[in-house]
Design a protein around this ligand. Structure first.
Ligand SMILES: Cc1cc2nc3c(=O)[nH]c(=O)nc-3n(C[C@H](O)[C@H](O)[C@H](O)COP(=O)(O)OP(=O)(O)OC[C@H]3O[C@@H](n4cnc5c(N)ncnc54)[C@H](O)[C@@H]3O)c2cc1C
Length: 397
């Protein structure tokens, strides 16, 4: 089993690190280590400019095929790129939903015309995307979506009515991919379609939801006779479930592998504070720091195991434990951070409600075990698909 990177990969690592060292400076210096989970509200416009800067040097969409504007990097090199990006303190990607989800889905299932229309804006960092899946009655039970879409009389536009919720960065997005029910009277995963909808129109209202962190990373999105062109549908009408599930494969896959370096940055910050404030003298804290470090190593080796087992880039059964593992680990790291800070964890640096990075991290990690599939749902997936246990009985017909 191959669990290391080749000399060529290590050479590539130097190239990435060198470019970031030279470029993440000057006007972009303030963005270092900003905009990650829990901090996504900060510097949105500046981060978009940074992405446009990266695009000019060919450092966006690095895993996409070259014919669609990517670099065609191997999975190993994508991991290296993401590791070095996090090590250098590269700001959270404003484009992660476009680059990691919408783009790969359009590449896999879109028409050539859709590829020409939508991919260049993602690569250039000029068009941003959000994900219109969840609804008040459809989260884990996603197939219960009620948002409806129908072609108008002329047959040239879809008309969309309904509501989405928890839509990350909708307020910063130009496009939304929406799962909508296009077959009247259908239930469950039948009769759904996958539509690409422009956000800048009178039929769409975006209402921010204030989170525990007092920031508004996600939103409610209301569709009141919103429209999109008839050909802005990926796949055929009624094929939305198949497309939506394939997209979740991208969400649970390669795009999350590089985040371990960001976790390492956080753990190193916590260890530094523990040394400074004496918490590191506490045997229970020392043990938890050691456990966190081991968890990080396990995540790394599990990633390498997944990569080495996958010549064609498809994800193996090992990938199914990844979301459950990192989400639980990160939630624990948030608690560890607060315990290392001790009473300081309850103090704010400045008023009226400005959280420190670790406080914000702690609160946001409460959501890690929810988004992208809750821990309970991940356990169901592992039980049914990896362990071959009987399927969960369906509550709804
Ligand atoms: C930070 C954040 C960002 C998000 N961004 C987006 C976004 O951009 N776009 C988008 O569409 N959605 C987004 N979501 C929504 C996310 O996908 C949903 O929150 C998630 O799918 C869970 O759905 P729910 O909130 O409706 O909870 P529910 O599905 O109602 O679940 C409630 C509880 O019941 C448990 N449960 C449900 N079904 C089962 C079962 N069958 N077996 C065992 N336990 C079960 C769950 O695990 C959970 O603990 C985001 C969520 C968060 C927290």
């Amino acid at each position: 089993m191959k669990i290391s990177f080749s000399p060529e990969d290590e050479q590539f690592r130097k190239e990435v690190a060198g470019w970031l060292k030279t470029n993440l400076t000057g006007e972009f210096e303030a963005l270092r280590f900003r905009g990650g989970p829990g901090d996504e509200h900060s510097f949105p416009q500046e981060r978009k400019l940074w992405e446009q800067h990266m695009a000019k040097a060919g450092w966006t969409c690095v895993g996409w095929p070259e014919q669609y504007g990517g670099r065609g990097l191997s999975i190993n090199q994508q991991v290296i790129f993401n590791e070095e990006y996090a090590r250098a303190g590269g700001p959270g990607h404003m484009s992660h939903i476009g680059e990691g989800l919408a783009g790969p889905t359009i590449i896999a299932f879109g028409t050539e015309a859709q590829k020409q229309k939508f991919l260049p804006g993602i690569v250039a960092g000029t068009e941003y995307w959000c994900q219109g899946y969840s609804e008040p009655g459809a989260g884990s039970d996603l197939a219960n979506v009620k948002t409806k879409a129908a072609l108008n009389d002329a047959g040239d536009q879809w008309v969309i009515n309904g509501q989405k919720v928890w839509t990350s960065l909708a307020h910063e997005s130009d496009w939304c991919f929406v799962i909508a029910r296009t077959q009247p009277g259908s239930v469950g995963h039948k009769g759904l379609s996958f539509l690409l909808v422009p956000m800048d129109q009178s039929g769409i209202e975006v209402r921010p939801i204030e989170q525990l962190t007092a920031t508004t990373e996600f939103n409610e999105v209301f569709f009141d006779n919103a429209v999109t062109d008839a050909d802005n549908i990926v796949g055929q009408p009624g094929e939305g479930w198949k497309i939506a599930m394939a997209l979740l494969g991208f969400e649970r896959g390669v795009s999350t592998l590089g985040q371990q370096m960001q976790f390492r940055n956080e753990l190193e910050g916590i260890v530094r504070i523990a040394k400074e404030n004496g918490a590191a003298q506490n045997p229970a804290i020392r043990q938890r720091i050691a456990d966190a470090w081991m968890g990080l190593k396990i995540m790394r080796y599990n990633s390498l195991r997944m990569l080495s087992g996958s010549e064609d880039g498809s994800l193996q059964r090992e990938a199914m434990i990844y979301k459950l593992y990192w989400a639980s680990w990160h939630a624990d790291l948030g608690k560890l951070a607060m315990d290392v800070l001790g009473p300081d964890s309850e103090l704010l640096e400045s008023g009226p409600y400005e959280l420190t990075r670790l406080q914000s991290m702690y609160l946001f990690t409460r959501s890690d075990t929810i988004y992208g599939g809750t821990n309970e749902i991940q356990r169901n997936i592992i039980a049914e698909r990896a362990l071959g246990m009987p399927k969960e009985p369906k509550g709804r017909q």
